[in-house]
Design a protein around this ligand. Structure first.
Ligand code: ZN
Length: 520
């Protein structure tokens, strides 16, 4: 018997107990993946009349999963296994116990009635946010956001923290990271980015993005995006591409990892770079070792590591000059009327245009992180009580003015643009920038290991890079914590330095502005 509720006999050895624990995890993993299938279908194909029934099915599955994940039997198993194991040892078993303990503690530290209250408040907040955003009326969302701040603080108290409640929340998405670490790397990045943006604005040459703002028929966009994702190594035998309003990647096991994208007929970038981004996420999931199937180690280890993979393929490959030397003639063939007369250099400039803007998801590589920093600083201020929710729109606009030099004309394009706070996620935003920083650290390490990597990319050969990522990142699943995974792969701790150097080199050359980014 492998299900919960069994009573162990005194004869059970730690080995038997481990077998039982693994069998229990396999069932939870199946349920989680079945839930992901239902959610994917809800986002991609669900007929409108089925929303309520699907909501019910998902709620039931969530409840069943929560019951399994908090089964006291897991605590008993861990108490047998932990003393007989060196939990710091470099073995699969030690890692499995570490991840099991982490998941179990997280799930059981939150009282049932709190989980229910939070779930109900979130769904009310999300629908209020949709309405508030549609009418750009912050006051509709304000009481819900107050509730979200309060519930996040309670959640942090339940989960426990040493120095800052934000640590407990951020750790849900980036295990082992901390408010202090985020502050430190963000400060370094901000000090380099602000002068770079200023130099580009004041002294940079004119860059036109007109080439990507033309009419591009959707079938051509789709065919080209699929071709590039497949060339990178996204495996369509174990995945597929569909359309949604908000693109995402989702895994139903490493054998079925799906991505979605959206097409804008008048703008090439969203579908093209969106597909490369989601394919990067999906290749990570496709590459997790089959040895970890249906176990606590069979999941991606953090959102930051996940984002490092999507940004690496989207930006370090997909927005590089070398890659387009190979890919551009193919794109020109697909869109000969639109791009036949546009040079490679002009196209490269168009896809890399830097322009301070209001919307995070549409931001270029240079300004993107400033959007994240605004959110991080405001989240901290809200949780610390230094900022009242009613003052958020004003504080948001002031930060945009300070960091990006632009001020939203309304709250829909300002503090109401992201879904995260409405679904109760605070502590999440920094993972986007951590992903960017790690993407460059990993790419540099791959280049150091493979001297031909850059010429390979120029010739459309991606197996070397993918192979390196498989071996150093993907296959490990949750075997190593993010910081350890990064250290093993790159030899370094989290470090904004390589990312700062990358941004300065690429964008100072593109815009013809000298300098090293140091703000003296
Ligand atoms: Zn992403």
């Amino acid at each position: 018997m492998t299900t919960s509720g069994d009573t162990r006999t005194p004869k059970d050895t730690p080995k038997d107990v481990l077998t039982e624990l693994k069998a229990h995890q396999a069932v939870v993993s199946d349920l989680v993946q079945a839930q992901a299938v239902l959610s994917w279908d809800e986002n991609v194909y669900l007929p409108p009349g089925a929303a309520a029934a699907r909501g019910q099915q998902l709620a039931t599955l969530s409840k069943v999963i929560h019951e399994r994940a908090t089964d006291p039997q897991i605590g008993d198993w861990l108490e047998v296994l932990e003393p007989s194991n060196d939990t710091k040892a470099d073995t699969d078993e030690a890692a499995l116990l570490r991840e099991t303990r982490r998941g179990y503690d997280q799930a059981t530290k939150l009282p049932e009635d709190f989980v229910e209250t939070f779930t109900r408040a979130r769904s009310a907040a999300q629908s209020a946010w949709v309405g508030a955003r549609a009418t750009s009326d912050f006051s509709q969302f304000e009481p819900h956001l107050e509730k979200m701040v309060e519930l996040n603080l309670r959640q942090a108290d339940y989960l426990g923290f040493e120095s800052h409640p934000y640590d407990a929340l951020h750790d849900l998405y980036e295990p082992g990271s901390s408010t202090e670490k985020v502050r430190a790397v963000f400060a370094e990045l901000r000090d380099a980015t602000v002068p770079l943006v200023r130099d580009i604005a004041e002294r940079g040459r004119n860059v036109s993005d007109a080439p990507v703002h033309q009419t591009f028929p959707e079938d051509g966009q789709e065919a080209f995006a699929v071709k590039m994702a497949a060339a990178f190594g996204y495996d369509f035998e174990h995945g597929r591409l569909d359309r949604t309003v908000h693109p995402f990647a989702t895994s139903f096991s490493k054998y079925d990892v799906r991505i979605t994208t959206r097409y804008e007929p008048g703008f090439l970038n969203p579908a093209l770079f969106g597909t490369l981004h989601e394919a990067g996420h999906a290749m990570y999931e496709q590459g997790i070792s089959s040895a970890y199937d249906r176990s606590a180690l069979g999941y991606a280890v953090s959102l930051g590591i996940h984002e490092s993979q999507s940004r690496l393929w989207e930006n370090l490959v997909g927005r590089s000059h070398g890659f387009w030397r190979w890919a551009y003639p193919q794109l020109q063939e697909t869109f000969s009327e639109q791009l036949g007369e546009v040079s490679l250099d002009d196209f490269y400039a168009a896809i890399n245009k830097v322009e301070p803007s209001l919307i995070r998801v549409e931001a270029d590589e240079v300004t993107y992180n400033l959007h994240v920093m605004v959110r991080f600083e405001l989240e901290l201020a809200l949780l610390e009580g230094a900022l009242k929710v009613s003052e958020l729109p004003e504080a948001w606009n002031a930060k945009y003015k300070e960091y990006l030099g632009v001020v939203p004309p309304n709250d829909a394009e300002g503090c109401l643009q992201d879904i995260h706070w409405s679904i109760g996620m605070m502590g999440y935003f920094p993972t986007y920038t951590l992903g960017n920083i790690m993407s460059v650290q990993l790419f540099e390490a791959a280049k150091a290991a493979q001297p031909t990597l850059e010429t390979d990319l120029e010739q459309g050969r991606f197996e070397g890079l993918l192979g390196w990522l498989r071996e150093n990142v993907h296959e490990h699943g949750s075997r190593y914590q993010p910081a350890e995974l990064l250290k093993r792969a790159t030899g370094s701790d989290l470090d904004a330095g390589p990312y700062v150097a990358y941004l300065n080199k690429k964008f100072r050359a593109l815009y013809g502005v000298e300098g090293d980014g140091a703000d003296k």
